[in-house]
Ligand binder design. Structure first.
Ligand code: ARG
Ligand code: ZN
Length: 879
């Protein structure tokens, strides 16, 4: 770290800006090494509490050339300039400020601000990248009208794009040309975008429900023009869904999406001009898997939905990020559920939450969905702000119902269109529209950690009453403020027949009937719910639909789990019960391993597995999910000190034992799902492929079945099947496996997104000499440190998905990752800091690994010129 410690920013210090920027006219004279930016702003003084007249503009990594106020050129004595700020002391209340700066997009490898990708220009301004383009009040509560003129060499940059509508374009001398764009909506600068280069486009139109025709355009590099149809179809579906579900209509005459290969995140919702990681745009059956297709559909929707939840109503400050991200993730989850399958989407989201957000919330980087402080804002684009944030938004819908939620949304837009607001404003709209008190929801925003709710039951056979006690704790203690936790439950007999139970009268306020379920509203640290006239002790189906983002400890034992896995009307609980049985099986395996006893499958798990496999009425996607074992890391999360070797051995054993025990049925299922049809991205076809490939994964545990995988690979039906086959082969160091990997490279070395898959598969392989393999991948001529997707496909995958390989007892995995983080720190700090997470959980491992992981973190911290990004994660991890 350099001499001074980085600054921490606090929510409690928020103050409105003392200046407003009424309009901004930008002129870009594009040049790879010397882009000139002229920025003319109409400013007004708007005194805030502090009464300070100084105008403090943000600006970094740019060269100030000129600064003018009302046509008078300022000299160096007229302002203060340092690495981060340009401070002026204007004496007028309204004036024109003109600032001319220079920057070098070609040298910008951080991919923040204005940079180059595949020879084109593009921008990424969220969160605080605009200040690397020009001096500005870089904060989301300063909204302005933007006009942007782009001047560039015409042969290199045929396409010139910015936000809003094109108002003028023409040729200039010396082979140059220009275009002027005007955005009629006021916006914060993080939504600014500029794109220039040689791009091809596909075009379509969408007619809004109020009858306007919107021009839809997707711009890509020319070689990718055949991979845009799915993205375009997704955009149109999103536009229609937002009209139908929320009455929200698009507001400009043009909507543009640009796909670029070098992008730090998934995509960016710049007004009228979304910039996307090409991974979330480009697809055709030969190159993209079902997962890719679904990812594209949901990210296109997500960015589109931001136009209302994010752009029309934006955030007051960056601590409110979940206001737009939690809400927009919730919206895209609901959209995907409607497009494909509501229960399948719910289960997939819960899996993601548990494997990524729960660990984050239990580790050193834990933060509430409304963080109270940050050093580097980019570090807070997290699973917590996004996914837990979406769960908290979902709580409103669970409590208020879909109609009540819609009323809240309507009021939110009615009150706040065109404003920069806070999460309290959102909550107040929900409460006021439904005439309810939601103040207790506040605790979800400011308390970190996953709540644990413990359920206990007491059955009184004489009185025929069933008492269900729920108790909530947070980080092992009663939460500072108890949370409002809706727990959806249902009842059935041990024969699987649904039972209708009635709550006692005094509980009427704390529960609500929901179809065949009851919604219990837990608002106290501990609360009893009493049901009456209960003839026999029932099986209780807990936390249907995962009605709250909590860890629920139930008293259900194996017999109850078996009944629920087979009969529950709630698909989520059926899946959850299978997971619980698998977990129970693996946990007894871990004990056996530790006592050097032989490993076995738990009979009730094996029985449930058999019945799911044989159940012909079950949706194929749900079946695929139910037959998939919990990940090793989920098993690990159940232990205070992780027994890594035991978990690895038991996981391996369990897959192998199931493969042997059910080889006939698995093979039959696999074969019955072999269809000879062209690829379609459609619910039933996706489900078939999914189940088929789950079967293949088990089958491939038996050496005699590897030929099936080779055969599936060689069929080349579609990328989903090809990649699944290659994945199972990659764990075997056989001649066949090497041959298939080689063939895949031959076929796809020119397609960077497919090549990423080739890198990923090898980085995730469970092979003994994985470190040598990773080093080879890093030295491969196609490996590029400047391309985030490629870096993630090797280093991100190794650290996050190759649990066993990364955690080799020798610590070589840790060392390798630390060295790579240090290297990337100098190239792209955002990407470097994201790679650190796997090391941050060092306290959970055995003493040997703990020491080695800590040393790896310390070696990063000792690096000179450590970025704020990496410093914040590493120093918090070591604290
Ligand atoms: N707002 C974008 C989205 O979720 C994410 C941009 C984050 N970028 C960053 N550099 N932190 O759709
Ligand atoms: Zn977003």
């Amino acid at each position: 770290m350099s001499s001074s410690l980085p600054v921490t920013h606090y929510l409690k210090d928020y103050q409105p800006s003392n200046y407003q920027i009424d309009s901004i006219e930008l002129t870009f004279d594009l040049d790879p090494l010397a882009t000139r930016v002229t920025n003319v702003m109409q400013m007004t003084f708007s005194p805030n509490a502090s009464d300070d007249r100084r105008l403090v503009l943000n600006g970094q990594k740019i060269t100030l050339l000129e600064c003018w106020i009302n046509g008078n050129l300022l000299s160096a004595e007229d302002y203060d300039l340092d690495d981060e700020f340009l401070t002026l002391s204007p004496s007028l209340d309204a004036f024109e400020l003109k600032i001319v700066t220079q920057c070098a997009p070609q040298n910008n490898t951080s991919l923040e601000g204005l940079y180059r990708t595949s020879g084109n220009y593009c921008t990424q301004c969220e969160a605080l990248g605009f200040q690397t383009i020009t001096y500005y009040l870089d904060r989301p509560d300063v909204l302005s009208f933007f006009t942007t003129k782009i001047i560039a060499d015409k042969s290199q940059n045929a396409v010139l794009l910015s936000n809003g509508n094109l108002v003028e374009a023409s040729d200039l001398p010396d082979g140059k040309h220009y275009a002027v764009w005007h955005d009629p909506f006021k916006k914060p600068c993080y939504l600014f975008a500029l794109v220039a280069g040689n791009l091809s486009l596909i075009q379509d139109t969408y007619q809004t429900m109020d009858g306007r025709l919107v021009d839809l355009r997707i711009y890509v590099e020319p070689q990718n023009i055949d991979k845009c149809d799915h993205a375009m179809a997704s955009l149109k579906k999103s536009m229609q869904w937002d009209e139908e579900r929320y009455g929200l209509v698009y507001d400009l005459d043009i909507y543009m999406i640009v796909a670029v290969d070098d992008f730090n995140m998934g995509a960016m919702e710049n007004k009228g001009l979304n910039v996307f990681n090409s991974k979330f745009v480009l697809a055709k059956p030969e190159t993209a898997t079902d997962v890719d297709y679904e990812g594209i559909e949901s990210v296109i929707a997500h960015e589109y939905f931001h136009n209302w939840t994010g752009n029309r109503v934006t955030c007051r400050d960056w601590f409110q990020l979940t206001l737009k991200e939690g809400l927009t993730v919730f919206r895209d989850q609901e959209f995907t559920g409607d497009m494909l399958s509501i229960p399948v989407k719910r289960i997939e989201d819960v899996k993601r939450l548990r494997s990524n957000q729960f660990p984050e919330d239990a580790g050193p980087m834990a933060h509430p969905i409304q963080p109270q402080s940050y050093i580097e804002m980019n570090n807070f684009y997290t699973m917590t702000v996004y996914e837990k944030g979406a769960e908290v938004v979902r709580l409103y819908q669970t409590l208020l119902g879909r109609d009540g939620f819609r009323k809240g949304m309507d009021l939110y837009f009615q009150r706040h269109d065109g404003q920069a607001v806070t999460v309290e404003d959102f909550r107040n709209a929900m409460a006021d529209a439904n005439h309810v008190d939601l103040s207790q929801m506040q605790a979800w925003y400011v308390q970190e950690g996953t709540p644990v709710v413990t359920a206990k039951t007491h059955y009184d056979a004489k009185l025929q009453t069933l008492t269900l006690s729920l108790e909530q704790t947070l980080k092992g203690k009663v939460p500072q403020q108890p949370l409002m936790i809706p727990v959806l439950i249902g009842f059935m007999g041990y024969d699987g027949q649904p039972l209708t139970l009635m709550p006692s009268v005094q509980d009427k306020n704390s529960l609500e009937e929901r179809g065949d379920s009851w919604l219990l509203k837990l608002t106290e640290p501990k609360q009893d719910f009493i049901f009456e006239q209960v003839a026999t002790y029932p099986v209780i189906s807990y936390l249907r639909d995962f009605s709250a983002p909590i860890i629920l400890k139930t008293p259900n034992a194996l017999p109850e789990l078996e009944v629920l896995a087979q009969y529950d009307s709630n698909a989520f609980v059926r899946w959850e019960s299978m997971q619980a049985l698998a977990l129970a099986s693996m946990e007894q395996g871990v004990s056996a391993y530790q006592q050097q006893q032989p490993l076995t499958l738990l009979p009730s798990f094996a029985a449930a597995f058999a019945s799911v496999l044989a159940d012909s009425s079950l949706d194929l996607s749900l079946k695929a999910l139910a037959l998939t074992l919990p990940e090793m890391t989920y098993v690990a999360d159940q232990y205070t000190e992780i027994p890594l070797e035991a978990i690895q051995a038991v996981h391996q054993f369990t897959q192998q034992a199931l493969a042997e025990k059910f080889s006939q049925a698995l093979l039959q299922t696999y074969e019955s799902l072999q269809v000879n049809e062209p690829y379609r991205y459609e619910k039933q076809a996706i489900a078939q492929r999914k189940l088929k490939n789950v079967c293949l994964k088990y089958l491939a545990k038996l050496p005699q079945n590897l030929a099936i995988a080779v055969n599936q690979f060689e069929q080349k039906s579609n990328m989903t099947d090809v990649l699944s086959a290659l994945e199972v082969l990659s764990h075997h160091q056989t001649a066949d496996s090497a041959k298939c990997l080689q063939a895949f490279y031959q076929d796809w070395s020119k397609d960077s997104l497919v090549l990423d898959k080739w890198f990923s598969i090898q980085a995730a392989a469970q092979v003994p000499d994985i470190l040598a393999q990773i080093n080879q991948l890093l030295q491969h001529p196609d490996f590029k440190y400047t391309n985030p997707n490629r870096v993630r496909s090797v280093l991100g995958v190794f650290g996050r998905l190759n649990w066993v390989g990364f955690h080799q007892a020798s610590g070589t995995g840790y060392q390798l990752l630390a060295e790579q983080v240090i290297k990337l720190n100098g190239i792209n700090p955002q990407i470097a800091s994201r790679l650190v997470a796997p090391l941050s959980h060092w306290k959970r491992y055995d003493s040997g690994r703990r020491l080695l992981m800590r040393q790896a973190l310390e070696s990063i911290l000792a690096t000179e010129n450590l970025s704020k990004d990496v410093y914040e994660i590493v120093s918090r991890s070591l604290a």
